[in-house]
Write a protein that binds this ligand. Structure first.
Ligand code: ATP
Length: 277
């Protein structure tokens, strides 16, 4: 396992610098405040799981990280840069280092899997042979090498999610934002997607923020590691927790929990206990 310094170096950051930092961030729409005074940090190599009731502001938070929305107040730092005041051109550069897995996969139905996965490489003008090599590598990472010529309409929901993960990792991002990657999937297929999230965390040490509505997904990530040799999720020894996995829980736009798995499971706060019950 790489050291904290090695993981941070991979992100081009000093080891004590966060990959994402929110400082007193608020945003609202038409008079309704959606996030209120949100502050938290995500360190290099960390997988930060966002939980909370529907409408609590989780997707808005991810869009703020990607610079798709701007806060009304507060400051946001991503990969060492303050993005709050960035112009679109600078944001475009920064987004090249961020992979986004959107809700419902958001694939282009009129082009095949290869072209969907290669989309950002084509935008960047990467040579076709190089793009093909990287698409094959990304599809192999998500165990979908055989589907390269298929169209999205020919794929199952789980396969579509895997294609969207391949598309997000193709540029070798420093940060991945997963918006409900298991939403609408059955429990077995969800576990295959969570295994890929763990693989990115444990094999590539990529920092990520992940929204999920399934506590089961969250606790699987916190109690399992990706075994590269066996190519599957394995439980950590009894009593051990995955130390790079942390939680942020939002309720009605406020942070109601920010901490480790152990702190979460030992929380005495009535709202948290009820939420986890
Ligand atoms: N562009 C927008 N314009 C107006 N309101 C918005 C916009 N984006 C989000 N909202 C509102 O912000 C609130 C929070 O939405 P958000 O999608 O972030 O919640 P969430 O926690 O991700 O919910 P879910 O778990 O259902 O995905 C909702 O009331 C939503 O209607």
């Amino acid at each position: 396992m790489p050291s904290k310094e090695q993981t941070a170096l991979k992100h081009g950051l000093p080891s004590d610098a966060p990959v994402v930092a929110f400082d007193d961030v608020s945003i609202g729409f038409e008079g309704n405040e959606v996030l209120r005074n949100v502050s938290f940090t995500v360190m290099p190599g960390e997988t930060r799981i966002l939980l909370g009731p529907a409408g609590g502001g989780k997707s808005v938070l991810l869009k703020l990280v990607d610079g798709l929305l701007k806060p009304d107040s507060g400051r946001i730092f991503v990969l060492g840069e303050e993005i709050t005041s960035m112009r679109e051109r600078e944001l475009f550069q920064l987004r090249r280092r961020i992979g986004m897995v959107f809700q419902e996969s958001a694939l282009f139905d009129s082009i095949n899997v290869e072209d969907n996965v290669a989309y950002r490489l084509n935008e960047e003008g990467v040579a076709p042979e190089e793009a093909h090599r990287r698409v094959v590598e990304a599809l192999e990472f998500v165990e979908l090498g055989h589907a390269i010529e298929k169209f999205p309409s020919e794929l199952s929901g789980g396969m579509r999610r895997r294609v969207s993960i391949a598309r997000a990792i193709i540029t070798g991002p420093n940060l991945i934002l997963y918006d409900s990657p298991t939403g609408g999937l059955d429990p077995i297929t969800s576990t295959t997607i969570i295994a890929l999230v763990a693989k990115q965390r444990d094999v590539s040490q990529t920092t990520s923020l992940l929204i999920t509505h399934r506590l089961q997904d969250a606790f699987t990530l916190a109690t399992h590691y990706y075994d590269q040799k066996e190519q599957r999720l394995e439980p950590l020894p009894a009593g051990e927790l995955e130390e790079n996995t942390k939680f942020l829980i939002l309720n009605e736009g406020r942070v109601v929990f920010d901490g480790t798995t152990l702190e979460l499971t030992h929380s005495e706060a009535p709202w948290i206990r009820e939420y986890l019950a």
